[in-house]
Design a protein around this ligand. Sequence first.
Ligand code: 13P
Ligand code: SF4
Length: 325
Amino acid sequence: MFASTAPAVDQLYARVRRVIPPIEWPVFAEDIEAILALKRARNAVILAHNYQTPEIFHCVADIVGDSLALAREATKVDADIIVLAGVHFMAETAKLLNPAKTVLIPDPAAGCSLAASITAADVRLLRQRYPGVPVVTYVNSSAAVKAESDICCTSGNARKVVESLGAARVIMLPDEYLAQNIAAETAVEIITWAGHCEVHERFSAADIRSLRTDHPGVVVLAHPECPPEVVAEADFTGSTAAMIDYVGTHRPTRVVLVTECSMSDNVAVQHPDIEFVRPCNLCPHMKRITLPKIRRALETMTHPVTIDPAVAAHARRAVERMLAV
Ligand code: 13P
Ligand code: SF4
């Protein structure tokens, strides 16, 4: 095997041995041991998104999931400190739901191209242009944008949220492709915004067709942030959690997850008998979160997420309305 400098955590290597070479483990082991001790000392929990790397996802996270699950779980946390291993809007959502707790983001520069695509002033202008039309905002947005919205949604509940409003027309922000993909499933007319996920917009229908040629029989699962032409070529479309459920339930012999790269690694370790075809795109924002940064966050209590209380009250209402659907 190997000899790491943290033998107390070496048994955790079994969880990730399919995706992390033994030579790399000692580099991770020391930080893992320190993070596990810091979590106990600080009464902290780590919430990690499905796009986090396997050493975070499988070795230090307490709760893992898609954006919806992380938001839901954030309402149940009993610890004093939440470390959000994910991007900034996820940490903001956790803070909105836990105003009295300390929520730390290990790297505050972990942004999101969707969240960066729209401002609160943009939402106010849209409301002027479409008076009375409800605004559904994807959680991949800032608290300030959420505060201008009627309700939030995630990729896991977007259709349900849109239909829950009982309106003939809704404004859906900021992901144009998610909005178009939902529009294709519902009778509700959807007004879109031209925001895109920089990871999912790079997949094309031609990519999917060549995957099918190169890997006969492959089952194609796509995230709804992909362009509609990609979704049209896929066998199934759903949130990151829905893709994980699909793999576990249908157990395809060969599968491709048309999404961020770490997803396949994280799911593959649980299904050694399934072949994962691996074209994927990295999210540079998600990849800013590393074990050393999580360790530092817990050692130095950085970087605490703060939200202007006036903004937070309105943004919280939009998130809580979503959780009630
Ligand atoms: P999920 O809510 O499906 O996990 O998606 C979040 C995200 O950022 C996808 O790019
Ligand atoms: Fe944002 Fe896309 Fe990265 Fe998700 S994968 S955090 S939507 S840029």
